[in-house]
Design a binder for this molecule. Structure first.
Ligand code: ADP
Ligand code: MG
Ligand code: ZN
Length: 478
């Protein structure tokens, strides 16, 4: 049944930029340092200090705009957004107002384009903590991306955020560490009766984490529908999502643009971004997720397998480095990377930061090649991988040392299968009665007896041959 109500959602997403230093001073852009140790007179708003624009931040903001199909403003200017809050020692935030870096972009997900109104450059504020205020985050460069009210469900909004996160990471704009708050968003939600104009919206402020966004939207939908059904008003409010209690609570009635008393930032003048600069930024843009999906399809990789790689930038990096080595088939590689490599990196997430990726990729390619040629079983592939991780060493040498070469000698396989069938008369009987799924069990037994070294395809054939032969012989006797 179609619901009587329709939901409209718009997102404002804040993303910290991956710069070395802060937006206007030379303090490092860091996370997790002791409170108030990464500050200077400028980022703590002492009178008389003068800001200098971080060029890298401008470049990354332009890069984000280009990655999201925005029109880039040649006119680069900043504006003051005035408000009082203890985490903002200057009493204003240097932001952009009438000339954002990028405008009228879109993000395409599975063929649907979600419109982006603008992307503008800002600076982060400090953080309140139990003993006071930590100013370390003050002045860290941020971009804010504002979407049109274009999502109709929590799922759509979350899919957008996930894809946006990937784009930011792949384009090198941000590391989007959600647990560190380097990507967080304001979620605007309204509800209206179908066919009627959009309803009044509430804004859930500073929500971080996909599940919080999802749950917050569901909660607001329910709360607002109830108000409308009871004939009450939804007021334009700024609310906070309480992820523990799973409810939204009012913070304040929504401030209007005029409340911020925006004016042009007087401490530095407007500059013009040259076409050359924008072109150069564009040329440095790496391959983005949608293009990757097409590229992986062209390598013969299925949509789902490709997606499993694309959503994990670390796996994606390894995959591409391996493909570039051109030693084996991309399909075999994707299987290994989504299998043993993914499992390993889950357990050892820092391994590639501490070890040589080139060696790692070369080893993977060699393992993939051995698999392709049928020289090793999947069990042996895993053993080779584990041994390489444990002690390094060339895969071809390890293969000999560990005697992992797959046995495809027909006499050996015949002998092995005979033994397996003799040891499992009940399974053979079951197979004859039509329980064909015991075949996998019998082949598995062959692999076990041969310590993973026999060729499973040949074992399967031999098992079938032997069972069928025996049946026909029995048939003759009866
Ligand atoms: P403001 O100037 O009040 O901040 P904006 O037009 O900039 O308003 O919109 C802020 C955010 O609110 C945007 O993400 C936009 O998509 C969203 N939004 C606007 N109207 C609605 C609505 N009726 N329902 C839900 N979200 C909305
Ligand atoms: Mg706004
Ligand atoms: Zn500083």
């Amino acid at each position: 049944m179609v619901s009587e109500f329709e939901t409209i959602i718009g997102l404002e997403v804040h993303t910290e930029l991956l710069t070395e230093t802060k937006m206007y001073c030379s303090c490092k852009n860091t996370f997790g340092k002791k409170e108030n140790t990464v500050i200077c007179p400028l980022c703590t708003g002492y009178p008389g200090t003068l800001p200098a624009v971080n060029k890298r931040a401008v470049e990354l903001a332009v890069r984000a705009g280009l990655a999201l199909n925005c029109k880039i403003n040649r006119r680069f200017k900043m504006s003051r957004k005035n408000y009082f809050y203890p985490d903002l020692p200057k009493g204003y935030q240097i932001s952009q107002f009438d000339a954002p870096v990028g405008e009228n972009g879109f993000l395409e997900i599975k063929g649907k384009k979600y419109p982006i109104s603008d992307i503008h450059l800002e600076e982060d504020a400090g953080k309140l903590y139990e003993n006071g205020i930590d100013f370390n985050r003050c002045g860290i460069p941020l971009i804010e991306l504002v979407t049109k009210p274009c999502f109709n469900s929590a799922a759509e909004a979350v899919d957008f955020l996930k894809e946006l996160r990937l784009i930011m990471i792949y384009s090198g704009v941000s590391d989007c560490r959600i647990e560190r708050g380097s990507m967080r968003c304001d979620v605007n939600v309204s509800v209206h009766r179908r066919g009627e104009p959009y309803g009044e919206r509430c804004e859930l402020k500073n929500v971080s984490g996909f599940s919080n966004v999802y749950e917050g939207i569901l909660y607001e939908e329910k709360r607002q529908k109830k108000l409308i059904e009871e004939g009450k008003c939804v007021f334009r409010e700024t609310r906070r999502w309480d992820s523990q209690k799973k409810e939204s609570v009012i913070l304040r009635s929504k401030e209007k643009t005029a409340d911020y008393r925006y004016f042009d930032e007087p401490d530095f003048s407007e500059i013009t971004l040259s076409d050359d600069f924008i072109r150069e930024v564009f040329s440095l843009l790496p391959m983005l997720p949608n293009k990757k999906r097409l590229y992986y399809a062209s390598l013969g990789i299925s949509t789902q397998v490709a997606e499993d790689i694309v959503i994990d930038p670390e796996k994606d990096r390894i995959f591409n480095e391996c493909v570039d080595l051109n030693l084996c088939d991309a399909k075999t590689l994707s299987g290994l990377i989504n299998g043993i490599v993914a499992e390993f990196l889950n357990a050892e997430p820092d391994y590639l930061k501490e070890n040589n990726t080139d060696e790692f990729c070369l080893a993977l390619c060699k393992i993939a090649r051995l698999r392709e040629k049928g020289v090793i079983s999947s069990t042996a592939a895993k053993l080779l991988f584990e041994n390489h991780i444990a002690g390094g060493g060339d895969i071809d040498i390890l293969l000999k040392e560990l005697k992992l070469e797959q046995i495809s000698d027909s006499d050996y396989i015949e002998e092995l299968v005979k033994r397996v069938l003799d040891e499992n008369p009940k399974s053979v009987e079951d197979y004859r009665k039509g329980k064909t799924n015991v075949l996998a069990f019998l082949v598995g037994w062959c692999m076990k007896l041969s310590e993973g070294k026999s060729d499973p395809v040949l074992c399967r054939e031999a098992v079938l041959n032997r069972i069928n032969d025996d049946s026909s012989q029995r048939g003759e006797r009866n």
